[in-house]
Design a protein around this ligand. Structure first.
Ligand code: HAM
Length: 418
C-alpha cells in the first residue's frame, strides 16, 4: 500500500468546531475594522516575484530565503504572497486609488506563505488581517492604526500586551545611523554570530533585534537611533507618543525595534504577548512613506500593520466567545417512506433561519436520537406512522424532555414562538 499523503509541514487543517472560532473572528474583524472606516481589499494570492524583492528588500529573511517562488509555463517569475502590504500598494498604484480619494483606508484578511522553520505560532501557510492607510503623513494616522491594533486585542479581553514603539527616522537619518552603528559593532565583529557578521555588512540594524544572549549584551551600549533623528522626525514621534498617552495606551519605547522589512520609516511598532513563547509578536507595522514611489506611483505617505490570526487564536480565551455550537432541530423518521415529509419540513424551517439536520444514513430510531444528542440540538421532530396519519409531528424539547403534538401547518409558528 502506498504511503498516506499528509499535509505539508508548516500547514494545517482546520477542523470541526475550530472553524467556529475562525468564523467568529473573521466576522469580528470585518465589523471592527469597518467601525474605523476601513474598507476591504482583496488582492491575488500570487504576484510577480519582483514586487516583493523590490518592496520588502532583497537582503531580508523573507525575500532571501523564505519565499515560495517558481517560474510558470510562460516564463513568468511568480511568488505566493509572503505579506500583503506590497500587493495593496501595487493595487493602489495600478488602479490610481490616490486620484479617487485623498486618503485610502484599506483592510484585508489574507492567507500568506513563508518558508520559515515551523514552531508554536509560526507556520509556512498562515493568515493575517491588517490595514493599510494611504494618504496621510500626520502622526494622527500613526496613532489611529496603533490604537486600532491595541484596542482590537483589548476588546477580545486579551491581556498581558506589550506595545513596543520606535522611530527609525527618514532614509537619510537611517543611512547616517547605519554608519555609526556599524562603527560601534565593528569593535565586536569577531564576537558576533555568523549571521550577525553577514548582517553587519548588509543590514546592521537587524542585529539590534538579536535574540542571542551575548549579542544582547553588546547591543546594550549601542548608539540609539532616536538620538540621530532630525527635528521633524522627533516632533512627529513625540506627537505620536503624546496622543497615545492621552488615549491611556501603555507602550515602551524600544530603540532596538527595527522590523524585518525594508520599506519602513519613522514610526514602527509591535504588540507582543507574554503568552506566546518565542514567537511573541501578535502584530507589527509602521510607516512606509516611500514605498508607493518606490513601486512607481506618486509619492504617498502611508501607515499600516498586520496581525497573525493563528497567534491571536493561541492567546484568545475561547471559552467566553459567544459561539453557538448546537444545531436547532434534528428530524427523526421511523421509516424511510417519511423522507419526503422530513425534507419538506426541513426546508420550511431553514427558511425561518433555523439549523436543521436530517439523518442521511437510514439509521434506526434509537441511533437517530443518539445522533441528535451528540449534536446537542434543542429539539427533535419525530415523524412516525401515527403522526403522519394524524397529519402531525412530535416535537421533543431535548432539555426538558417535554413532547408536544403539532399539526404539520403549525410547525413553523411553533418555533417562531420559541
Ligand atoms: P510581519 O511582522 O512580517 O509584518 O507580520 C505581521 C504578523 O504576522 C506577525 O506579528 C505575526 O503575528 C504574523 N506572522 C508573520 N509570520 C508568521 C508565520 N510564519 N506564522 C504565523 N504568523 C506569522 C508584515 O507582514 C507587514 N506586512 C505588516 C505591515 C502592514 N506593515 C505595514 N503594513
Amino acid at each position: 500500500m502506498s504511503d498516506l499523503i499528509k499535509n505539508i509541514k508548516g500547514t494545517q487543517d482546520i477542523l470541526y468546531e475550530e472553524n467556529d472560532i475562525w468564523q467568529y473572528l473573521e466576522n469580528f474583524i470585518h465589523h471592527y475594522l469597518k467601525k474605523y472606516g476601513y474598507s476591504q481589499i482583496r488582492t491575488p494570492i500570487f504576484e510577480s516575484t519582483y514586487l516583493f524583492s523590490r518592496s520588502i528588500g532583497s537582503q531580508t529573511d523573507i525575500v532571501s530565503k523564505e519565499m515560495y517562488s517558481w517560474i510558470d509555463q510562460g516564463g513568468n517569475h511568480l511568488t505566493l504572497k509572503p505579506e500583503s502590504t506590497a500587493s495593496v500598494v501595487r493595487s493602489f498604484i495600478q488602479h490610481k486609488l490616490g486620484k479617487k480619494n485623498p486618503i485610502n483606508k484599506l483592510y484585508y484578511i489574507d492567507t500568506l506563505f513563508r518558508r520559515e522553520r515551523p514552531q508554536k505560532g509560526r507556520f509556512r501557510q498562515f493568515n493575517q488581517f491588517g490595514v493599510e492607510a494611504l494618504g496621510s503623513k500626520y502622526p494622527e494616522q500613526d496613532v489611529e492604526v496603533i490604537a486600532l491594533a491595541y484596542n482590537f486585542y483589548k476588546s477580545l479581553n486579551i491581556d498581558n500586551l506589550n506595545l513596543k514603539i520606535n522611530s527609525i527616522g527618514s532614509p537619510e537619518v537611517r543611512l547616517k545611523y547605519k554608519d555609526v552603528l556599524t562603527k560601534y559593532l565593528l569593535q565586536y565583529k569577531n564576537k558576533l554570530s555568523q549571521i550577525s557578521q553577514v548582517r553587519l555588512e548588509k543590514n546592521p540594524l537587524r542585529i539590534l533585534d538579536t535574540k542571542v544572549d551575548f549579542e544582547i549584551e553588546i547591543i546594550k551600549n549601542a548608539p540609539h537611533i532616536l538620538d540621530y533623528l532630525n527635528k521633524e522626525d522627533k516632533n512627529h514621534f513625540s506627537d505620536v507618543l503624546s496622543h497615545l498617552d492621552s488615549l491611556s495606551i501603555d507602550y515602551t519605547v524600544d530603540y532596538k525595534l527595527v522590523r524585518g522589512l525594508d520599506y519602513y520609516c519613522h514610526t514602527v511598532f509591535e504588540i507582543l504577548s507574554d503568552n506566546l513563547g518565542s514567537q511573541d509578536a501578535l502584530c507589527g507595522g509602521g510607516r512606509y512613506d516611500y514605498l508607493v514611489e518606490e513601486l512607481g506611483g506618486q509619492t504617498t505617505p502611508a501607515f499600516g500593520f498586520a496581525a497573525g490570526i493563528e497567534r491571536l487564536i493561541l492567546v484568545l480565551n475561547k471559552k467566553h466567545l459567544p459561539i453557538s455550537k448546537s444545531s436547532d432541530i434534528y428530524i427523526v423518521i421511523t421509516d424511510k417512506k417519511y423522507l419526503e415529509y422530513s425534507l419538506k419540513i426541513s426546508d420550511s424551517l431553514r427558511a425561518e433561519n433555523l439549523i436543521v439536520v436530517n439523518d442521511l444514513l437510514r439509521r434506526s430510531l434509537k441511533s437517530q436520537m443518539k445522533d441528535a444528542n451528540r449534536l446537542n440540538v434543542s429539539h427533535t421532530i419525530i415523524i412516525g406512522d401515527e403522526e403522519v396519519e394524524n397529519k402531525q409531528v412530535v416535537i421533543k424539547d431535548m432539555k426538558s424532555g417535554n413532547q408536544d403534538y403539532i399539526k404539520f401547518d403549525r410547525i413553523k409558528s411553533y418555533f417562531r414562538n420559541k
